[in-house]
Structure formats: C-alpha cells, structure tokens
Design a protein around this ligand. Sequence first.
Ligand code: NAD
Length: 495
Amino acid sequence: MSVSSAGNGARQQVFVLVGGTGDLAMRMLWPSLAMLDQDGFLSDDLRIISVAREDCGTEVCVDRIGTAVTKRIGDALEPDTLARLRKRIVHVALDAAHDDWGAKLKAELGDIDRLDIVYFLSVSPSLFKPICEHIERAGLNKAPNRVIIEKPIGRDLATSKIINDSVAHAFDEARTFRIDHYLGKETVQNLIALRFGNIVFEPLWNAQSIDHIQITIAETVGVGERLGYYDEYGAIRDMLQNHLLQLLCLLAMEPPAALSSDALRDEKVKVLKSLKPITAENVLTHTARGQYGPGFADGHPVAGYEAEKGSPSNTETFVAIKAEIANWRWAGTPIYMRTGKCLPSRSTEIVVQFKPLPHSIFGPEAVANRLLIRLQPDEDISLTLMNKAPGLTAEGMHLQSLDLSLSLVKAFDSNGDKPPRRRIAYERLILDALNGNNAQFVRRDEVEAAWNWVDGIVKAWTDTHMKPQMYPAGTFGPVSGYRLIERDEGRTWND
Ligand code: NAD
C-alpha cells in the first residue's frame, strides 16, 4: 500500500519530532515510523523533521536512527526501509531556551499554509510550555496542526492543569493528543472488540456475575537511570494514575454509543468519576505501598532502592490498590490493581474472575470461570471453561478446566504459519495522530479525573504517615500487597 498526502486533503504532512535524539525517540518512535513507512502507511511526500538540542547534523542523526531502528526491529526490517526513511528526515538543532526556536523551525518548514503538521513533544514536560509558546509565536499552531504529548502530565492535579493550560494556549483540545502507550497495544484495543463486538460477555459483565477483577503490571527491572525522575513520582504516579487506570476504564465502562472519540472517552470519564475515594479511614485496607530492598531481580543482584539512591526515601516502587466503583454495574465487585519494580517476572495481565456456580451438581470440582487477558510478555486472551474430563471412570463424570484461547500467535503456530509481527504500541498511535483520530488518546478531563482520585490516595498516605514497606527485590511486593486481596475471603493474586 502506498498513499499520498493521506492526512489532510492537499496539504503535505510533516511530522516534527521534538526530542528526536532522545531515548524514547530512538527506542520507540523512530522504529515505529520506520515500520509505518515499511507497511505503506506514510504518505509518499511526508517529511520528518527531527528537532533536538544536539547539533549533530542530519547525516549523523540518520545514522543513529538507522542503528536504533535496526536494533529494535531486527529481522522484520526490509532492506529498502531505512533508505526510504532517511530521505524523509532532516535534523534541526534548536534549543527551547532560545527565542529564535519558532522562526528557525518555520524556515525549515517552508510554506506553512500548505502543510499539515503533527508535533510529537518527546521532551521533558517542563519544555512543553516554552515549546508551545515558540510554536504559537511563529504561527505554526494553526489548524489542522496538532500536538502529541507524552506522560508524565503533571505529578498531581494542580501541576497537570498547569501543563494542560500551557499546551491549550496553542492547541485546542481536539488537536491535543495525550499518549498513553498502553492504549496502542493490540490486546488493549482487543478489549474493546471483545466487550463490544460480542453479545456473550455483556449480560455477564457486572457485579452479579463477576466476583472481582485483577490488573497487574509487573516489571523485573529497578529504577536504574530514571531514579532522579522516579523518586519524585513513585509507582502510583508513574504507572497507576495512567496505565492501570486506563485499563480499569476500558474494563468497567458502559458500552459507548459509537466508536467515536468522544463517545469512548465520555464513558471512561464516567468510570473515573465513579471511583470511590480512598481516605485516611480506609487507606490501610485499600492500599499497599512497598519499596524494594536488597535481593536478586532480572538476573542480577540488587542493592535496594535506598542504597541505589544513597539516602532514605519515602517513594514507593510497588503499589496495590483495591478500587471500588460506585455505580449499579459494579457495586460490590472490587478491582484490585498492582504494579511494581524488581518483581519476579515481567508481565501485564488482567484477570476477570467470575463467581462460582450458584449450585454445583459436580461438587467442588466445578471451578469458577476466569477470563485471562495477557498483554506481556505474550499477548493472549483465554477463557477458562469447565469441561468433562474425557474417558471412562468407575466413579462417573469428572470435570477438568480447559482454556479457550484467542491468541493470534498460537493460532498461527498451530497452522505452521509465521505469526504477524508484534507491533510497537506507538505505531498505532502515531498513525492515528497522522490521520487526526484521537479516540485512543487521553482527553484532558480523563487526566484530571484520574489525578483527582490519585491525589486523594496520596493525601491519605500523608495524613496517616503510611510509609512504604520493604520487600526483597525479586519478590511480588510486600506482605501488605498480599493482605490487600487476601483480606477478602477466597481471593488471591494470580501469581
Ligand atoms: P531524553 O533525555 O533521552 O531526551 C530528551 C530530548 O529532548 C533530547 O532529544 C534532547 O535533545 C531534547 N532536549 C532536551 N533539552 C532541550 C532543550 N532545552 N531544547 C530542545 N531540546 C531539548 O528523554 P526521553 O527519555 O527520550 O524522554 C522524553 C519524554 O518522554 C520525557 O518527558 C519522558 O518523561 C517521557 N517518557 C520517556 C519514556 C522512555 O522510555 N524514555 C517513557 C515514557 C515517557
């Protein structure tokens, strides 16, 4: 497939990657652009401008991009992809601290009235304001031009408002694309297909049939070089406020009236606003905070968070929360979420645990159904069903549980075919932004409703002086993380 000026009528598309030499750009964004190019999703005349502080020149910049893309994509990279991508790229050295930022970019862009510009600000959020001001002053912000921004969007409601206000001055909400890369993952998008493309789940998708839901994002790595940033944020701000709450929204939201961006996001906001506040009264039973200590994780000895930092810290590297949604569909069915660093395995999974049969004619052999949605390390969706154990036994019928798998990879494996390449989540999101579709991006009121709830938890921690409990690196968090779920009878994490 090959397209020409796909984005906006006759205007030529320009993708301006601000922070084009940075870590995120090299590991995710350039490889995503290369794959979109390889698969024919970029219009033939699309240009890419890399903007960064480094004055490395286009030649050196594209060499570095080539190395990064080759490393990330490996065998799936076709021989002529890099050559095609290179022709599109120009690198421009611009420092956001200098007033001529906008004018210099404008000179590079050419006739801006004939362009459809997508800016990706892959820089520290402290630069969003000056960069948006430069863009606006140079008149480079006019519709249809739009901007993509990455987390963190603030560290609480107040700071997120400052960031959002500074971006809103230059770009209206419809042209502001806030990335949560989890929303670009194939299995996360499949959640929408599964829930709203099938009739079988909807009648059961409520507190009458579902006992509880678990969402886990486990990382084996520690904070590493991100310690300076991480110590200010911790697990609740770094992972729960965004990725975990987005997953919770997709699981709990009402069926939207359409697949349009506002219909989807209206329903997600309603979920966030229905979350019961966690206060000083229930923070001890509804949350757990942990910090990794010495141990062994990701195949290496770990000194422990405070040893790595070199001073005491009140930052949590593990958080678990029992969330309750106060509406008719979910009252009585909690959603347990947890995330942490230096845990024993790298996995992201959702468990939807159905209730047991109201009356089992098979006795305790009939185990309750469970829907397991795995995002990492493999993408897989499986439904555990009860089945008659095949064969003849003297005692009569026995049950066994069987997994009904919706895994694309397994389906291809069994046919002996090559499975489809696993896409980088940013590919989907960059393509949507190029096409002006913001359904899978986070709207301002979503970000703010999420911060509002999270701020309440952080305040409750402060008010009750709740410190993180140490857990040995390489274990699944502190004892309080287990107690959080096991306190509720019959429930355990799906470790
Ligand atoms: P980085 O430090 O590796 O790169 C920053 C980029 O910004 C570089 O290209 C640098 O030239 C440019 N830059 C810095 N100061 C500048 C200035 N004054 N003027 C112009 N350009 C300037 O950062 P990163 O890890 O790529 O992260 C970029 C953003 O994405 C950050 O907000 C980060 O929090 C967020 N993020 C990163 C990751 C990741 O995996 N790296 C993941 C999620 C979110």
